[in-house]
Write a protein that binds this ligand. Structure first.
Ligand SMILES: [Zn+2]
Length: 151
């Protein structure tokens, strides 16, 4: 059976959260959710928080064109040279400068310096997931995004 990850990350890819804040959010989630485990991770520089095998398509947020995975991989390699501290890339379609964080990923992906990982959230708990968004945002004091991945 594959594992299902729900990753809670700040909307801002460069946002760094205090360990106490993350710990508080983790404890709060543990009291509300039924799942295998909840862990918080922090990184020095933004990491690509992916949706695993669910990534099917990436489009340009400026003109809506489909982006070639080969082009995207190259843009990712280039951005990685700066450890993702610079995410801007020129779109091959419309030549606009766009952050790799703002591309339209199907399913959603993001860049983040910290994440709270919920492993194998019980199915049918999607409502709970929506409910927690507000409370986690309040605890962390920042807007969050939720990335789901099947590995
Ligand atoms: Zn474009």
């Amino acid at each position: 059976m594959s594992d299902y990850f729900v990753k809670i990350v700040p909307k801002d890819p460069f946002c760094k959260l205090s360990e106490q804040g993350l710990k508080r959010a983790e404890e709060s989630l543990k009291s509300k959710l039924s799942c295998d485990s909840i862990t918080a991770e922090c990184y020095d520089t933004p990491q690509f928080i992916d949706c695993g095998s669910d990534l099917e398509r990436i489009t340009c947020p400026e003109c809506g064109a489909d982006l070639d995975f080969g082009w995207w991989q190259e843009a990712m390699d280039h951005a990685y040279e700066s450890h993702f501290m610079s995410l801007e890339a020129e779109m091959p379609c419309c030549r606009k400068m766009v952050s790799l964080n703002n591309l339209e990923y199907y399913f959603p992906c993001a860049f983040a310096c910290c994440e709270i990982i919920v492993l194998n959230l019980n199915s049918g708990a999607d409502d709970a997931e929506n409910d927690i968004t507000d409370s986690v945002q309040k605890i962390l004091g920042t807007d969050i995004r939720i990335i789901r991945a099947h590995i």
